[in-house]
Design a binder for this molecule. Sequence first.
Ligand code: G6P
Length: 610
Amino acid sequence: MCGIVAFKGDQNKTSKVIFDGLKLLEYRGYDSCGIGVIDENKIKAFKWKGRVRKTEKRFNETKIKSSIAVGHTRWATHGEPNDINAHPIISFHKEFAVVHNGIIENYKELKKVLSEKGYKFYTETDTEILVNFIELCVSNSNNIDKGISYALSRLEGAFGIVLIKKSDPEIMYAARKGSPLAFGKKGKNFFIASDATPIIEYTKKIIYLDNGQLLKINKNEFEVLDFELNKVPKKFKKVDVELQKVELGNYETYMLKEIMKQPDSLSQTMLGRIKDDKITLGGIQSYTKPLLNTKRIIIIGCGTSWHAGLVAEYFFEKYLKVPVEVEYASEFRYRFPIINEGDVVFVISQSGETADTLEATRIAKKKGAVVLGIVNAVGSSIARLTDEGCYLHAGPEIGVASTKAFTSQLMVLLMIGVKAAFLKKNISEKKYHKMISELKRIPNKIKEVLKSEKEIKKISKKIFKKNHSLFLGRGNNFPVALEGALKLKEISYIHAEGYPAAEMKHGPIALIDKEMPVIVICTKSDEYDKMISNIREVGSRNAIVIGVIDKENEHVKDYLDFSIIVPSTSKDFTPIINQIPLQLLAYHCAVLRGCDVDKPRNLAKSVTVE
Ligand code: G6P
C-alpha cells in the first residue's frame, strides 16, 4: 500500500510539495513516513515511525534544501512499522533510493541472487530487495536504462516506485505495475504521486502511467517508455479534480464530523438527481437498457462498500426481480467468475483505489460485463476504469472508518433501484412517487437520530469496557448489523460480530452471558415478530440488550436494557437510518477507550495492496 510523492525542481518548494502531498495520501497508510533527498553528494533518508507531521517537523529542522526528493507514507506489508523499515530505502552501495507502493512477490528468489553477490540487508522489507536488485542490474549492465529495464522485467507482484540516483541528481525514474502513479509538470518542476491530489495544486494536467510503463525525468526533459525501453506516446490530460481542504471546524475528530454531517452529505448525493418527484441519474443513463434487461446483477466491493452492496441485494431482488450476487472483490478476482453476456456489475468503492476492487473491475470488463461504478473519489482509478457510474458526492471522507460514504452509497443504490423498478413497471407510478418522497425525508430523519447522541453516549458508557459484542439484524438490516459490528471493531478494538438474528442460535448464542452486549436492530420489517423472539432469546440468557427501534414500535423497549429510538421510514429504507446510531455507539465506545478514532491502528483508508 502506501502513498508516494516525488518532486524534482525548485529546491525551495521541495519540502512543501512532499509533505503537503503525503498528508493528502495518508488515507493509503500512516504507520511511518520518510523523505529521501540528495545532499552533499549523498542520498540521505529521514524516516520515522509515525505520522507525516512528525517527519515533516524533523526534516525541516535539518534545513536541508534539495531539488530532488522522494517521499512516502507507509502501511506495512513486509516488516513491522518502525524507523528502519520506513521508506525510502537506500540500496546497499548507497547509489539508489526508492519509495515503493505494492508487494514484490518473488523477493525471496531475488534475495538469494543478491546474497550470492555479497549484498547484506538491514530492513525486513521486500522494497530493500527491489532497490538492491535494481542497483545490481544497473551495475551489471553499465547502462542505467537497460539495468532498470531488466530489473523491472524480473520483478513479480505489484509496484509503483520512484527511484533517485546518488551520482546523477538530475535523474528520476518512476515505474508502474499495478500500483497507480500520476505525473505532472509545471515549467521546470516535476511531480509524481500515487494519485493526482498532491499535484493538482500546481497543475491540473496529468499523465497517469499505465501498467508496464516507466517515466524517466532527466534535467528538464521527460519521456514515457515501456519496460523494454520503447517510447510510449503519452499526452497530459486535464483532470477535473478539485482539492477540497477539509477543516475540522468545531468537531473533535473527522469521524464525528462526518457522522454529524450526514444530513448534508445525503442531500448532496440526491442533489440534481431527485427533482420534481423524478429520479434522474445522468451518470448511468446510457446504460439504462442493459440495466433493465439484465438477467443478473453482480455487486462488488470491500469492507463497508461490500455491506452497502448487501443492502442493495435485498432491494434489487425485491423490486427489480433479478438475481443479485454480492461479492468480495478479493474473492471475485480469483474465483474464475462466470460472467454472462448482458450481466451488469456494480463496483462500489469510496476511495476508488482499493486494489482488489480495481482488479475485479478490470476482470469484469474484460469478461464483457457492463461495469458501473459507485465511487466517491472523483477521478480515481476505479471511476476512470468503469464504463459509467454515479459519484456519491458525499465530499472527502477523512476518518478511516467509513460513515457518510456508506449512507451515500445506500442512497445511490436505492435511487438506482427505485428508478429501475419504476422503468421496469415493477412498481406503480404512485409507489414510485411515494418512494421518492420518502427518500427526500431521510436527511431530516437522520437529523432527528443525531439528536440522540447524548443518549447513545450514555449507553456507550455501559459497554465500552466489554471485550466482545454481538450485532443482530434480519433481512435488509442484517447488513446493518455487519456494518455496526465492523465500525465497533475498527475503531474501539472491541471484538464484534454481526449475525443474521436467527442464525445466532447456531453458534454465537453459546457466547452469551451477562458480560455480552447484544445490539439488535428491530425497526419495522417483515420479520419484525421473529426479531422480537430473537431479542427474547438473548435477553433470557442475560445479555445486555441494546435495541435500535422505531417510534411506531416503542413497546419493544420492554424487552431491552437500553433503547435507541429512531424515526420510522419505509421498511425498504430503514438501513440508511438505522446505521446512524450504530456509528455513534462505536464512536463513543472508541473515545471512552482512548482510541485514535480517525486513524485506528493497522488500518488504512484505502487498501491499495491486495
Ligand atoms: C478499507 C477502509 C474501509 C473501506 C474499505 C473499502 O478497509 O478502512 O473503510 O470500507 O477499505 O474501501 P473502498 O474505498 O473501496 O470503499
